[in-house]
Structure formats: structure tokens, C-alpha cells
Design a protein around this ligand. Sequence first.
Ligand code: AMP
Ligand code: ZN
Length: 111
Amino acid sequence: MDCVFCKIAKKEIPAKIVYEDNNVLAFEDIEPKTKVHILLIPKKHISSTADLKPEDKELIGDIFLSAVKIAREKGISETGFRIVINHGKDAGQTINHLHFHLLGGEKLPFA
Ligand code: AMP
Ligand code: ZN
């Protein structure tokens, strides 16, 4: 499958990886929108929130907790951060492999 995030997960294309375990990968966004901008993905391909299955519950929890851990490590827990998932066209989803944005390091514009 021609999916850029699957390729990053398989180390076929490079990324600045900040966290990895068996099921989760976190790396720096190539075009950071904020001072801290990390993407977290499931290593297995899930196209979007619409494709989540009940068996993905633990995986999604793991990704969320990893984001909180990275926020702590990046020193933005105190100042604040945002965890965002874009779903579909109106939200601006450009990559069809589920990803969580961890945004922070500066005052964030809208909610
Ligand atoms: P979204 O608009 O929610 O689909 O977010 C996709 C994000 O992936 C954007 O913020 C892009 O800058 C980022 N991105 C695209 N290609 C890469 C890549 N090869 N490595 C890291 N981040 C990427
Ligand atoms: Zn993929």
C-alpha cells in the first residue's frame, strides 16, 4: 500500500522518531505548525477514525498515553498542549493513516 506513514513505520523513509514501541510510533512533523509538533501513529494501517474497531481500544489508549508522556518529556506539560485528530476533508486530513497531532510550546490559536 502506498502510504507514507506505513513507510515511516517500516523505516522505509526517514523521520525524526521521538518514541517507539511495538504498536506505536511518534515522530516530528515535517512541517511543524507549532514549536512542538509531534505526530503519533499506530504502526498498523488504520485509515481514519471511521475505521477504528472495538479491538483498537487499547491501541488508541496507548497512543494517547504516549502523547502525554512525550508532552512531559518535551517540557510542555506545565505550559499546555493540545492533542488533535483531523478526520476528513473539512478538518484538513491530508494523510489517510490515522495520526494524533501533539501541539505545544507556544500559545495555541483556537480551540
Ligand atoms: P493532517 O493534515 O492531519 O492529515 O496531518 C498530516 C501531517 O503530516 C501534516 O502536519 C504534515 O506536515 C505531516 N507530514 C506529511 N508528510 C510527512 C512526513 N514524511 N514526515 C513527517 N510528517 C509529515
Ligand atoms: Zn498507512
